[in-house]
Each structure stands twice: as C-alpha cells, then as structure tokens.
Ligand binder design. Sequence first.
Ligand code: F0G
Length: 395
Amino acid sequence: MSQAQPPAQRPSQRYDGLIDRYRDRLPVSDTTPIISLGEGNTPLIRLNNIPRVLGCSLDIYVKYEGLNPTGSFKDRGMTMAVTKAVEAGSKAVICASTGNTSASAAAYAARAGITAFVLIPDGKIAMGKLAQAMMYGATTLQIRGNFDDGMRLVKEVADHAPVTIVNSVNPFRLQGQKTAAFEIIEELGRAPDYHCLPVGNAGNITAHWIGYCESSASHGDNLTESCAFCEGNCKFVKGAVCSNRPKMVGYQASGSAPFIRGAMVDQPETVATAIRIGHPQSWDRAWKVMSESGGWFAEVTDTEILAAQRMLTMYEGIFCEPASAASLAGLINDIKAGKIPEGSSVVLTLTGNGMKDPDTAIAQCQSAQGDVEKARMLTIDANLDSVRSAILGFM
Ligand code: F0G
C-alpha cells in the first residue's frame, strides 16, 4: 500500500527582512549568518489631505520608516552592519548616537548575542530612545558633549579596542539603507521626481541615491561617485529596473545646518535632537549626491519642523518624530518658493516614529500652531454629567 503524500508545499510568502529580500544586491553570501528583525518593507503612504491644505497638485508620498522594528530607518543599515560584524567574528559593536542608532545597534546586538556600547549626548536624546538602549541591554555611556564629540571618541577607541563601529561610516550601513529606494521604485513603478529627507550625517540621503543609481543603471561601472563600496565597479546592478532618478533634497534644522553654511558647525542646536549634528560624516559624498542628482540642501526652523510634525498627525494620522518632519517642513517652503513644479511626484522619508519623543510631542500640543488648535485635553470628575458636558462642549 502506498503511503499518503504530504500536501504540496507552496513557496513561503513570509517576509524575512531586507537581506533575505535583496540578497542578490547586497554584500552577503549563502553562508553569511543573517541577523534580522524583519526590518524594511515599510509602507509608502500617499498623502490625501495635506496637498489640499497646501493648495498644490503634487503627488506626495511618505515612506514611513518609523515602522521598522526599533522605530527608525537605522534598522535597514543595522541588519547589514551587525550581520557583517558577526560574520567577521566580532564580539562587540560601538556607536555614537543622537538616539536612534543606539537603539538599533542595541537591538541587533542583543539578537546576535554580542555586546553593544553606545555613546549618547547627556540629556539630549529623546526618552523613548534612551529607554530602548537600556532595555535592549546596551552599555550606555552618556557623554558630557554632543554627537560630534561622541563620534570622534568612537573612532579613536575603535583603534584601541576590539569593537566594530556601526555608525554610518561603516560602509555596510549604507548598503542596507539603499534598499529603501528599491522598495519605493517597486511600489511606484518608477523613481519619484523628488526625494526629500532630513539630513544629519548625510548617510541616509547618500544611501538612497546609491539605491536609485543601482536601480536605473544597466551596468555598474562608475555608477555614482557618492558610493565607495565597490570602488567604481558596482557588483549589484542587475539591469535597469527604472529609467529615471529623483532630484535629492536634504533638509537641515537651522541651528544644525553645516550643509547650508558650507562649513562645520561647532555648537549645533535644534529641537529635532536626532539631527543635532554639526560635523556630518558623509560630507563629501552628500555633495556628490547633490551635483549628480541636481538636488539641493535647504534649512528649516524648529517652528516649521514642529508645525509639519503636527500637520502629519492631525491631517493624515501619521506620527513621526521632529527630525523626520523636517522633510515636510522643507517641502512646504520649496513649494511656496516655486521650486517644485505642479504635477511632480515627491517622496518624503519619515525617518523615525513619533513615539520616540513623547516629551516634545506633549509640550507642543499645549499651544496652537498656525491653523492647528491646541490639543483638547481636560481633567474632569468621574461622573456622567461631567463627561456629557465635556463632549457637548467640544461638538
Ligand atoms: N532622522 C532621524 C530620526 C535620525 O535619527 C537621523 C540620524 C537622521 C534623520 C539623519 O540621518 O545622519 O543619515 O543624515 N540619526 C543618527 C543617530 C545620527 O545617531 O541616531 P543621517
């Protein structure tokens, strides 16, 4: 008697992170031990209400990177950086951070069973990010200095201790982050006309440009001077999947805007603590991105950043952190200045989740901002009359 056959297996539809998804376009082999938390594959949400409020006819999408496993785009780079560190036998990683890199490094190190050391500016990181680094078990060194001081120290100590740097100076970080451009092209069927991002170290804007260049090229020679990974001979081009590339637009907070000043800034300040950076690590690369893409850098004030953050929540139901909202704040200015032609498609990267920084969110809801009224919150007695009159009072 023949035995019953098991039902035919369908190929797995399970999403298993961006290295698995794009392994033919990333520096991994079949034996690389992949450290993943299912990062990437984030939603590209079309803005329905804000274009109407702004009175413009642009096709605006936000790439909501705050839905990555630790709540920011850093996870795209960190899965690659920690995977390669583990493959090379490293037992510890280290980074300087304004908060999100430290959260991500701590999580991926925990996943890999290795140690994470993070240097953060004392008192200048959002509470959610500090909670993450501590919960994921990183050794957290709060320095009496800013991100730029931390970065200098991390580079120095890596020469004297067996630790792998997982800041974006680690070339595997940008390789992982380029996959955001792959996802956008897959969803739109082409690259957008403009891609706007907040800029701190300028790693992410560079990584996106690398992704767009790889996707639009038919062979890999001298693809873009902003990528140093394959020394001008890219191995990851698999034939053009789209024909266009966007203009890249980078926005910085006015108090932390070295790309606008044309020089490093020694005392950066902004409410958007994630991009409170005066000495960007990808300085030369980002200038290459601008000259190659025909894009530009511009600055936005803290007031504009907070107003844009509030617009995204109130009009679209999308909560990003202040730094991320710099992308919408800058776009609004550039629309007003006539720099973005009507009918264009625009992608804004929302780099981090709004829940990372509850203190700034609650503080800014205490007052009205432009057209947006202050948050409706009352403390009332626990009885029906009080609840009913509160509801009627707000109708
Ligand atoms: N947005 C957020 C939310 C960030 O956390 C960062 C950088 C950026 C934008 C800027 O990206 O540096 O590639 O230009 N955060 C780093 C950190 C510095 O330590 O978490 P970039």
